[in-house]
Design a protein around this ligand. Structure first.
Ligand SMILES: *Cc1c(COP(=O)(O)O)cnc(C)c1O
Length: 534
């Protein structure tokens, strides 16, 4: 168990078998819904009774609480305990490590004691046991330019845990074959593992079936697939498509291309000075000719978490389908495609601790069935004559040729890894690191942090006036610190805030406060040196 403080707690919790998949709310406890938890005995939990805040908890009897203790402990110990604490006291209180959560106070839930809660949240400065986690990532254990490597380029790509590295090696050593064809043992093993990975992806994002999942090369290829197939079938002259100014080039260029081809117009939701989308503009941009909306979930330059739920709701009110570019959100926050109700969701394996060269398109069944094939070839057909081809059903229709078998399986292992740590725990850890880094870097005179989005994760963009971003990147590399320095494939977003480039540290599950401190010291030195330049 990764949450150190939960160890004792869980040691006393009864085993409930496999922990059921539940949507972990972003902003527990207000959105905490225990009724979503399947009861071991099949009876659903009471809801309501708590007046909006924590309804399901209010309705819990002590017996119910006991029944769910293991599940709740794993996912919500802190949030559950905090649920009864007035908002303005939450910072002074942390959940107890043990029974107090379930002490009957008339609501079935006890009020936590201050000191114990703090233990849970800040066991040893870090919520996550990063020491153990880092052992899973051998690449981190090296010196670069004489210093311990600090990998803060996670927005560009993440490093891989042993589970992925060894899992792929094992597959090639023992089971490798082409899939779907050939009636022999290795073909069957390979097919099972490839399709098993598809199932893991479906479960991870809570798709209703594995047939909703297409394997592609990555986010870029996924968006191109949707833009071209949808565009060729549905876009006509005079139509329009809406993206956002915060988007990655991968969500702008493919739409620009298909719009040009179909003589359609590309519109963009603008952003404000904080780096937040101006969502009130969306209704104005939508017209009867709007055919598609494609937006990023999390921005890769300011870390903005877009309110995609509201975008999707608005779009659906006008019967417009929505694609969410999840390249930056998938590794940092819980994604539930059914809850979002998006029509498409796209992400890359390599940004969630998986291999490069593999990615995912989730599509609703009704859309996948309507879209025409993308590439022609083997596997995507049912029957071929020289004159005519009868196409296969989704997902095969969109996977022409031999796919990236091993890396799809590797992506499955990456999702296993994330699940073993818990996306909720990862999110919290990264949020703490990000806010700590913003605070520390913000104190250095001569450095500007770009944007100040309301909801954000894992990304900071900064500017040191007087030194070009690439030079800062090189100076940090001399200290063993890897960050991105450039335009991050998000030129419209940077330009909207008046910049061309930024220096961008981005955080992941294996990063630590000590690493942030090293970055801060290195930045201080760079600023000091520039002041003394002739
Ligand atoms: C990285 C990224 C992409 C592109 O992903 P690829 O893996 O390069 O295809 C698209 N959108 C966002 C927001 C990204 O961060």
């Amino acid at each position: 168990m990764i949450l150190n403080g939960l160890d004792n707690f869980l040691a006393n919790a009864p085993t409930l078998g496999p922990v059921p998949q539940v949507a972990v709310p972003n902003e527990a406890p207000d959105e905490l819904d225990l009724s979503a938890l399947p009861r071991p005995d099949g009876v659903s939990l009471p809801t309501g009774g708590g007046g909006g805040g924590v309804p399901a908890i209010g309705g819990l009897s002590t017996a119910d609480a006991e029944l769910f203790r293991g599940v709740i402990a794993k996912y919500f110990a802190e949030d559950v305990a905090l649920a009864n604490v007035p908002a303005d006291q939450k910072d002074d209180v942390t959940p107890s490590k043990g029974d107090c959560i379930f002490k009957d106070n008339g609501f079935g839930i006890g009020i936590p004691e201050t000191e114990q809660v703090r233990n849970l949240r800040y066991d040893e400065a870090d919520t996550l046991n990063t020491t153990e986690i880092r052992k899973q990532f051998p690449i981190l254990d090296q010196k670069v330019n004489g210093h311990d490597l600090v990998w803060f380029d996670n927005g560009a790509t993440t490093q891989k845990p042993l589970r992925v590295i060894d899992g792929i090696a094992h597959f090639y050593k023992t089971d490798y074959s082409n899939i779907h064809r050939g009636a022999h043992t290795l073909a069957a093993r390979s097919t099972d593992q490839y399709e098993g990975a598809r199932e893991k992806v479906a479960r991870f994002i809570n798709a209703s079936a594995k047939e909703n999942i297409l394997f592609v090369r990555g986010t870029t290829e996924g968006i191109n697939l949707v833009a071209q197939t949808f565009g060729h079938k549905f876009l006509e002259e005079g139509d329009n498509v809406i993206v956002s100014t915060l988007d990655h080039h991968a969500n702008i260029v493919p739409w620009q291309q298909v719009c040009k081809e179909r003589k359609a117009e590309l519109r963009a939701i603008p952003i404000d000075r904080n780096g937040d989308l101006i969502l009130s503009e969306l209704e104005r941009l939508i017209s009867p000719r709007t055919k598609f909306i494609s937006v990023g979930h999390v921005n890769n330059t300011f870390g903005t978490i877009n309110d995609v739920q509201s975008i999707i709701r608005t779009a659906h009110a006008h019967n417009i389908p929505v694609l969410i570019d999840g390249a930056q959100s998938i590794a940092h926050t819980k994604v539930d495609v059914q809850q979002l109700d998006c029509d498409f969701f796209v992400f890359s394996g390599h940004k969630i601790y998986g291999p490069s060269g593999i990615g995912v398109v989730y599509g609703k069944k009704e859309w996948l069935e309507q879209l025409p094939p993308w590439q022609g070839g083997g596997n995507m057909i049912k029957d071929v004559t020289i004159e005519h081809t009868e196409f296969n059903v989704p997902p095969m229709r969109f996977e022409a040729g031999t796919p990236n078998i091993a890396d799809a399986i590797g992506l499955g292992y990456a999702l296993d890894f994330v699940q073993s740590v818990g996306i909720h725990n990862i999110e919290r850890h990264e949020h703490e690191l990000t806010e700590y880094a913003r605070q520390q870097i913000g104190r250095i005179p001569g450095i500007t942090i770009m944007g100040n989005p309301k909801k954000r994760v894992s990304v900071i963009s900064l500017d040191i006036p007087g030194i070009p971003a690439p030079e800062v990147g090189q100076l940090l590399d001399k200290e063993g610190i890897a960050v991105r320095a450039g335009h991050h494939c998000a030129q419209p977003a940077l330009r909207a805030l008046g910049y061309e480039m930024s220096v961008r540290p981005t955080f992941a599950v294996y990063n630590t406060r000590e690493e942030v401190d090293r970055l801060v010291v290195a930045l201080q030195k760079i600023v000091r040196d520039v002041e003394h330049r002739p």
